[in-house]
Design a binder for this molecule. Structure first.
Ligand code: ADE
Ligand code: ZN
Length: 330
């Protein structure tokens, strides 16, 4: 079975970050919005560091301003994911962009996204669940409003709460209220850390926000005692190697710590983060990991078993995912 055909579980995908540049460009044209500055001459997104990436991301997202836009986006993204063998995806959804953190407006965006996900499940067999994300550099007050949106819509489809954005701004402890509210609403928790912050950032996130998964987390590799703690506690890392390399965190695939972390017993998974921004797909991630570390089907199978176990879904869905992974073993 080729990497493209392997069934894959993706736990870390930002919905807006998965928007193809042509989709955003066409929508901007129809709405007479001028965002030409965010594109390169070849049509891709133009940025040269993380700070600029966040600005371009927010400018691209500014054209997505109705529930219908998100319905179309969700269909386009899930079709792409399914074409890359993804059978289950957890996507980060931001009330900051979907209705300006107003609960009633957020409900409309969520309903549109969910309806598109149902269509994609029927047509492509891909299952989606949503994780509300607050955005760290927007600050704790806005995070509370996003957490309220999440708590009000928590259920069998909206199953998680998390935090993305600029890890160099503020401290995890600033967001305790939001994560406590989400936990009390029954949501499962994850937060970006150990991407632009080092091992101390991962430690503070685990201690203050009490998350069970970490988005990225790869810089934990700088501290052997933290790596040991992660392995022992079973914290799951949502690793996005192509994103890390495109943003200059590591010089190349051979220098990425994912294989070392897995070798030391840390529960790692593989995701794309914002695939068109980083010129990647789940197939490309698998291809380049296979090449860099000589990973075979058995390693990817192990990683997908970890992802199935760590998915923020109900047990019936988890069983179905494991059955689909097993079917590919034959
Ligand atoms: N939002 C989208 N992609 C992100 C990343 N790689 N880090 C932090 N926030 C993000
Ligand atoms: Zn991310």
């Amino acid at each position: 079975m080729t990497p493209a055909q392997l069934p894959k579980i993706e736990l870390h995908l930002h919905l807006e970050g998965a928007a193809p540049p042509a989709f955003i460009r066409d929508l901007a044209k129809r709405k007479h919005m001028d965002i030409a500055g965010i594109f390169r001459p070849d049509g891709g997104y133009a940025f040269h560091d993380f700070a600029q990436f966040l600005k371009v991301y927010e400018a691209a997202t500014s054209v997505l301003n109705t529930p219908e836009d998100y319905h179309r986006l969700t269909l386009a993204v899930l079709e792409q994911s399914a074409a890359n063998g993804v059978i289950y995806t957890e996507s980060f959804l931001s009330p900051d962009f979907c209705g300006d953190r107003d609960v009633a407006a957020w409900r409309e965006y969520l309903a549109a996204i969910r309806e598109a996900a149902d269509i994609a499940e029927r047509t492509h067999g891909i299952v989606m669940r949503g994780i509300v994300t607050c955005i760290r550099h927007f600050g704790p007050d806005k995070a509370k409003q996003s957490a309220l949106c999440a708590a009000e819509t928590a259920g069998d489809w909206l199953t998680g709460f998390g935090m993305g954005g600029d890890e160099t701004v503020g401290r995890p402890g600033d967001f305790v209220y939001s994560f406590d509210m989400a936990r009390e609403a029954g949501l499962r928790l994850t937060a970006h850390a150990g991407e632009w912050g080092g091992p101390d950032s991962v430690r503070a996130t685990l201690r203050d926000l009490r998350v069970e998964r970490i988005g990225h987390g790869v810089r934990a590799a700088e501290d052997p005692s933290l790596v040991e703690e992660l392995a022992e506690s079973g914290i799951v890392l949502e690793v996005c190697p192509g994103s890390n390399i495109a943003l200059g965190l590591f010089p190349g695939w051979g220098q990425h710590p994912i294989a070392e972390l897995l070798g030391r017993g840390v529960k790692v998974t593989v995701s794309t983060d914002d695939p068109p921004f980083f010129h990647t797909t789940m197939t490309r991630e698998y291809d380049l990991l296979a090449r860099a570390f000589d990973w075979d089907h058995a390693v990817f199978r192990r990683i997908n078993a970890i992802a199935a176990e760590a998915a923020f879904c109900d047990e019936t869905t988890r069983k179905k995912l494991n059955t689909r992974l097993e079917q590919a073993d034959a």
